[in-house]
Design a binder for this molecule. Structure first.
Ligand code: GTP
Length: 337
């Protein structure tokens, strides 16, 4: 039996994972390959899912909301993937939340009901070239985040340093040096808007499948064992603790969803978001401007706006560390009177 390759897309909040996923899906379409997607988002609202579906309403997709794969029960992840398998995809992409450790999902893929049907092809980690070097100092007080961002680099099979349009050549070299220290083996690509030759990442999925039938299951098992061993060497204690935690108590990372009662000027939204620095890590939303609906993306210091065809409700999701929900909601209400 041919196994289905799984690509795990990891990387911190706002690094460019969804941008990469859109490209990969496009490549699949061009190649006539059928992809399936598992999106995992913290917070109750699934923004990335909507962004992907906006382009292709037929997309085979499952979503795990309001929890991260690390903390969700393994059976939940397995159930979602089982549903995807019913559509007989050629390839599966799993986009992790920005705060997930990739290794946890790898564990789920080896659940008994899945192991015979799929294998982990690659963990691809996307890094925000502009901010990655600052993570250690920004998250100094949140060791869990420092550890997660490190793990995302360490366990990657392939690293994409994205947003090079925003950094200098020398900054780029510095980033490369730091990454190479943490992961000496995996190739590193530098990109803008996650534009990497998809063939490099995917190869020809159909060819991969043919090769697989020659290799049989060996490759999949070897790959997994290597990772498993590697991971547990480092963080056995952490993983163990983690398994017993409830989703909500996972970390100091919290999300707040805000609604709009009226149109709002982008400068007003931007000013509001800036207020919550440095606790605010990321914000996204569909916001009502004078000339229609816009997709807003806020990453560290920057706010991006692009016109959207989104027809549903308008909202803004904030993801932060120890964001004071009451205070944020109070301040938001003042803007929305
Ligand atoms: N300047 C610049 N912006 C980029 C680049 N890549 C992505 N962006 C923008 O950065 C924002 C976040 O990109 P996403 O692809 O949504 O990032 P993500 O990793 O999926 O974010 P999360 O879902 O929060 O984890 C979007 O507004 C992108 O258009 C890049 O190379 N350069």
């Amino acid at each position: 039996m041919e196994k289905i390759p799984v690509f795990v897309l990891s990387g911190f909040l706002g690094s460019g994972k969804t941008t990469l996923l859109k490209r990969l899906l496009q490549t699949c379409e061009e190649k006539g390959v059928t992809p399936a997607v598992l999106m995992n988002e913290i917070g109750k609202t699934d923004m990335d899912g909507e962004i992907i579906l906006e382009k292709n309403k037929q997309q085979i997709m499952e979503k795990l909301l309001d929890g991260c794969i690390c903390c969700s029960k393994k059976s939940e992840v397995a159930d979602s993937i089982t549903k995807l398998l019913q559509n007989q995809p050629d390839v599966i992409f799993i986009e992790l939340t920005g705060v997930a450790n990739p290794e946890e999902v790898v564990d789920s893929l080896t659940e008994p009901e899945l192991i015979d049907y799929l294998y982990l092809e690659k963990v691809i980690t996307v890094l925000d070239g502009e901010n990655v070097l600052e993570y250690n100092s920004i998250f100094e007080s949140v060791r869990e985040l420092v550890r997660t961002t490190r793990r995302q680099i360490e366990v990657a099979d392939l690293l994409i340093v994205n947003k090079v349009d925003l950094i200098s050549e020398s900054h780029r070299e510095k980033v490369k040096k730091v990454i190479k220290k943490q992961n000496t083996v995996s190739p590193v690509y530098f990109t803008s808007y996650s534009e990497v030759d998809s063939d490099l990442l995917l190869g020809d999925v159909k060819v991969i499948k043919n090769k697989l039938s020659l290799h049989e299951k060996k490759h999949a098992h070897a790959h997994h064992e290597h990772k498993h061993h590697h991971n547990h060497n480092h963080e056995h204690k952490h993983d163990h603790n983690h398994e017993h935690k409830d989703n909500r108590s996972y970390s100091r990372i919290n999300t707040i969803t805000l609604d709009f009662s009226q149109q709002m000027k982008p400068t007003k939204v931007d000013k509001f978001l800036k207020k919550w620095r440095p606790n605010l890590l990321r914000a996204k939303g569909y916001i009502p401007l004078k000339d229609g609906c816009y997709l807003l993306q806020h990453v560290m210091k920057r706010t991006y706006l692009e016109p959207s065809e989104h027809m549903g409700r308008h909202y803004l999701v904030m993801i932060g560390i120890d964001l004071n929900t009451d205070e944020v909601e109070r301040e938001w209400a003042k803007l929305n009177v």
